[in-house]
Structure formats: structure tokens, C-alpha cells
Design a protein around this ligand. Sequence first.
Ligand code: MG
Length: 231
Amino acid sequence: MCVTCGCSDTASRPDTEVLLLEERVLAKNDHLAAHTRASLAAEGIVALNVMSSPGAGKTSLLERTIREREDTTFAVIEGDQETSFDADRIRAAGARAVQVNTGAGCHLDADMVHRAVHELAPKPGSVLFVENVGNLVCPALFDLGERAKVVVISVTEGDDKPLKYPHMFAAADLVVVNKTDLMPYVDFDVDQLAKHARSLNPGIDVLPLSVRSGERIDEWYGWLDRTCRTT
Ligand code: MG
């Protein structure tokens, strides 16, 4: 993996010294992520790492969840290269949010999340969404201290994505297939998507829904409740 972005750039890998440095970077990341996971668990806070390509509907899913699940306290760490658009949307929906801008970076890492958790100070017993930078490559490789990883894919993206971006789907606990309201207009086969995802990750849950229409959104809340109850 590339030291700067975490991508699997083996073509430009010059020597074993670089390999050792990459291993140290990831080991440091995993150590800090473990610290964050333990700190959050001690406060009864459940962190979920939400990933997707840009425009799949991560922020929309979180907005609707925050608005509809008034019995739950949410906090959100928003990762984007630039702007605070998404943190503004989350605050307007009623939850506290911290925006992390990664500049040229293509993913959040454990250090960014650790600092953001301290700034945000989520309430004990709350759900902490970490909305990662939009892409299906680098975010899959970095543990952030989350309890579970959610990948969101929309029906406009194509059902072959698990085979093209296997690390993401191998790492995820749940695939949310969003924008099912657009199914009449696209060639997307949910069964094919599920088959491809399970060829990489047999235990993965696949949940088609529409954030916009609300179709099967209750099943997302059910998954959320079950995941938060797991200790
Ligand atoms: Mg977003």
C-alpha cells in the first residue's frame, strides 16, 4: 500500500524500506483505532464507519435517520476533501457534527477520527456516525475504531461494483443499496450485487432501500438497533 493514501500501488513500490514504513503507518493507525474503540465502548458509544462513492447518499441516509429516530442521540464526523456542506446539513437535521477536511487525502484515518472525537465529545450512549471521504478504495483499508462498517451503493452505480472494488465489500458488515425508487430507470440487479458481495464476504448483510421514498428504511433502523445492542 502507498504510504500517503493507502492505495495498493504496487507498481511504484521501490524497496523493502518503503514496505516497512507502510507497515509501521498501518500498525500505528490500528493501535490508535483500538484505543478509540475502547474509549467509545467505555462510554457506551457505538461508532459506525459509513463509506461509499461520492453521491451514493451517505449524508442523506444520516439526515433522514437523525430526523426520524428522535429517541436516539446521534453525533457525526464528516469527512470530505473540502467544504463543510455536509456538516451543515447534519446540524440542520438536528445532530452535532464536526467536519474534517482531508485536502488531498482520500480517506479518514484513526488519528483524524481520534482528534475529531475529542472535539465532538459525543454523549454517553449515543451513536457516532463517521461519514468517510467518498470513494470505494482507500477508506476500506483504515480502521477508525468503529464497531461496524457500512458501505452505501446506489442503483445508478452498477451491480458489478463488489468485483471491481473487492476490499471495500470484503471489509463491510452491511451493504445499503440506495435509490431503489430509481430501479424502473436503470439496469441494476440487486440479487447479482448480493451474489458478488457474498462471494467476497459470505456474512455480509445486503439491504435495498430508498432514503428518498422511505421504502424499507425501517429495516435500516432495525439493523442499527441490532448493531447498537451487540456488545
Ligand atoms: Mg456526504
